[in-house]
Design a protein around this ligand. Structure first.
Ligand SMILES: C[S@@+](CC[C@H](N)C(=O)[O-])C[C@H]1O[C@@H](n2cnc3c(N)ncnc32)[C@H](O)[C@@H]1O
Length: 257
């Protein structure tokens, strides 16, 4: 499938989720929906943090994006912001003088996030329709780029990291959570559309992923967490016998020198 067709499938899939308001994180979770708060705590979010979120906002993330180093007055950009889950959490940290920008290519997701910001009277947020491979954001204008379970969906991940590097200010940070592979997936999963839109078969091998971040110019790249990411429901559905748990969710930090 060519890049344009892949993106269209991804866009349609997440547009539908935005309309249905599913509140879930992983592919297995999407198929066996769990209670909202319990699902998010599993991802690592504290109960206290979750209380501040607007009701209509939901996470499709695969881990927790660490927000602690986000400073008051800073500008944060979320790549593939969805309904704005991490944006709303970051919004509290940057305060009224800071700014949160969410970019997503599904208009339905952007509308949901804008509506939640409007209802909650959040003044420091801007949700922009766009492609993370060609960010509608100025050079050297952002302190922190965050992203949760999105870059695996991009057919051109190197371009995403190049774009992140372009928009981050000197000494700014990249803080992402994403799915990567420890070994190649079986053919039946690699060729499954469901596995692609479900954040599995578009994932890169971990070493290649880290190399792309490095070659975009980031320094001090660190994998601060790596946890097994279960795709058992998909494995059952596709009758894959040889799958050996090679998908992991990792949390990575990098700095623009
Ligand atoms: C798995 S969801 C994660 C959403 C959000 N980060 C969260 O944690 O809830 C992936 C999101 O990335 C968006 N997306 C995928 N590829 C994209 C691209 N190339 N440009 C912009 N958004 C993209 C989808 O529309 C979807 O909203």
């Amino acid at each position: 499938m060519d890049e344009i067709k892949i993106k269209e499938k991804v866009r349609k899939y997440y547009a539908q989720i935005a309309k249905k308001q599913r509140s879930c994180c992983s592919i297995s979770c999407r198929q066996n929906p769990v209670d909202r708060e319990k699902g998010y705590e599993k991802l690592g979010y504290a109960e206290e943090e979750l209380k501040s979120l607007p009701e209509d906002v939901f996470s499709l993330g695969c881990g927790k994006v660490e927000l602690v180093s986000i400073k008051e007055g800073g500008t944060v950009l979320d790549l593939g912001s969805g309904s704005g889950f991490d944006c709303f959490l970051a919004s509290k940290r940057v305060g009224e003088d800071g700014k949160i920008i969410g970019v997503d290519m599904a208009p339905e997701m952007i509308n949901r996030a804008r509506e939640a910001a409007r209802k909650g009277n959040y003044k420091n947020m801007d949700f922009i329709l766009g492609d993370i491979e060609k960010l509608p954001v100025a050079d050297n204008s952002v302190d922190v780029v965050i992203s949760n379970c999105v870059i695996n969906l991009s057919p051109n991940k190197k371009r995403v990291f190049d774009e992140a590097f372009r928009v981050i200010k000197s000494c700014g940070r990249l803080m992402i959570s994403d799915i990567v592979l420890l070994s190649e997936l079986p053919k039946v999963i690699r060729e499954s559309e469901l596995a692609y839109v479900g954040c599995i078969s578009g994932a890169a091998l971990k070493e290649e992923y880290l190399e792309m971040i490095k070659s975009s110019g980031f320094k001090d790249i660190e994998v601060v967490e790596e946890i097994q990411f279960s795709i058992n429901s998909l494995v059952d559905e596709l009758y894959v016998k040889e799958y050996e748990g090679s998908t992991v969710s990792i949390k990575i930090y990098g700095i623009k020198p």
